[in-house]
Ligand binder design. Structure first.
Ligand SMILES: NC(=O)c1ccc[n+]([C@@H]2O[C@H](COP(=O)([O-])OP(=O)(O)OC[C@H]3O[C@@H](n4cnc5c(N)ncnc54)[C@H](O)[C@@H]3O)[C@@H](O)[C@H]2O)c1
Length: 303
């Protein structure tokens, strides 16, 4: 029988070292796990390690992280561009590659071949079916969703998403791993968009529709939701952080499963086509300077 003791998880491998993967690796290492961060290109993992370094430095300078704890976390982190090496000795995988079902299924199929039989395979998908991803493996009972939030080292929640096949043991161990990473958890049964993406995509899409209809500017819509509804961020600030490509893909999936309400507003698709993907490229709904600061009054419709 599979153990649900979190001490059995010695090593976690994170697949994909982008926005989410690097944050997940950081909190895993801070939680005391040995962690391998894998990506297809050397530059990607090198960039991710620089970001983790910077995040931890900032945590130390703000007094939120002890210097010793930051150094210990860094010593527990390794990088790899060799999938087999990265997965062979790990007890737990967390996948954070782009939101494409075929890509995720192919990674899970490979991980299933490489990893020990008792290892758990988790995905950070924002809304794809965990059951579909799990079906690409011979261990669908050990496949689960761990939906982290951006920025991972700051946001408290992990939505733990059970597929139709996820076992109770897998759920409990994943919950314990998340808690050791310093996170709060909620249990969600698989459904398109889970809880948070479903509500968030609806608000975000409606904000774009209001912009398109000339109801108000992005700056004023953001201000209205923050000061009138007490949202910590406006929907345009948030979509720039999440990535417009990520949001467009999530809306496409929700549209397919939940109907017309979720049809992506044309402006989002036009911004993605123009390469305006958000903060990560310095330009989304708003423009950002070289330091990553938003330039006031910089929202503009796609050409
Ligand atoms: N950005 C968010 O706010 C957010 C929040 C929650 C969940 N997610 C989900 O997390 C996942 C990753 O999103 P992200 O924003 O970090 O994306 P990202 O584009 O920032 O990073 C993806 C990384 O995956 C790498 N990659 C591509 N193909 C790969 C492969 N075959 N093997 C290994 N690595 C590969 C890329 O090089 C890149 O470094 C997506 O499923 C997304 O829906 C994103």
């Amino acid at each position: 029988m599979m153990t649900t003791n979190v001490d059995s998880v010695k090593r976690i491998t994170v697949i994909g070292s982008g926005t989410m993967g690097l944050g997940i690796a950081q909190v895993a290492a801070m939680g005391g796990f040995n962690c391998v961060l894998y990506d297809i290109a050397e530059e990607a993992v090198a960039r991710a390690m620089q970001r983790i370094d910077k995040n931890l430095d900032k945590g130390v300078s703000l007094g939120k992280v002890e210097r010793g704890a930051a150094e210990a976390a860094l010593s527990r982190l390794a990088t790899s561009t060799d999938l087999e090496d990265a997965l062979r000795d790990s007890d737990f995988m967390i996948e954070a590659v782009p939101e494409k079902l075929d890509l995720k299924r192919s990674i899970f199929a490979r991980a299933d071949e490489i990893m020990k039989p008792e290892a758990i395979l988790a995905t950070n998908t924002s809304g794809l079916s965990i059951t579909d991803i799990g079906a690409s493996t011979g261990r669908p009972d050990r496949v689960i969703g761990m939906h982290f939030f951006n920025p991972v080292h700051i946001m408290k929640l992990v939505e733990i998403v059970r597929s139709k096949a996820t076992s109770d043991e897998t759920f409990r161990l994943t919950e314990a791993v998340s808690h050791r990473m310093g996170k709060e958890t909620v249990e969600v049964n698989e459904s398109a968009g889970f809880v948070t993406s479903r509500v968030n995509a609806l608000i975000g899409n409606e904000a774009f529709r209001m912009w398109e209809a000339g109801v108000a500017s992005p700056e004023d819509i953001d201000k209205a939701l923050k000061l009138g509804l007490n949202h910590p961020m406006g929907p345009f600030e948030l979509v720039d952080l999440v990535g417009l490509d990520v949001r467009a893909a999530s809306l496409g999936n929700l549209h397919e499963h939940l109907g017309e309400t979720y049809k992506p507003c044309q402006i989002i698709l036009d911004l993605v086509a123009a390469g305006r993907l958000g903060r990560k490229v310095g330009h989304g709904v708003y423009r950002y300077d070289d330091e990553g600061r938003r330039i006031p009054g910089s929202s503009s419709l796609p050409a």
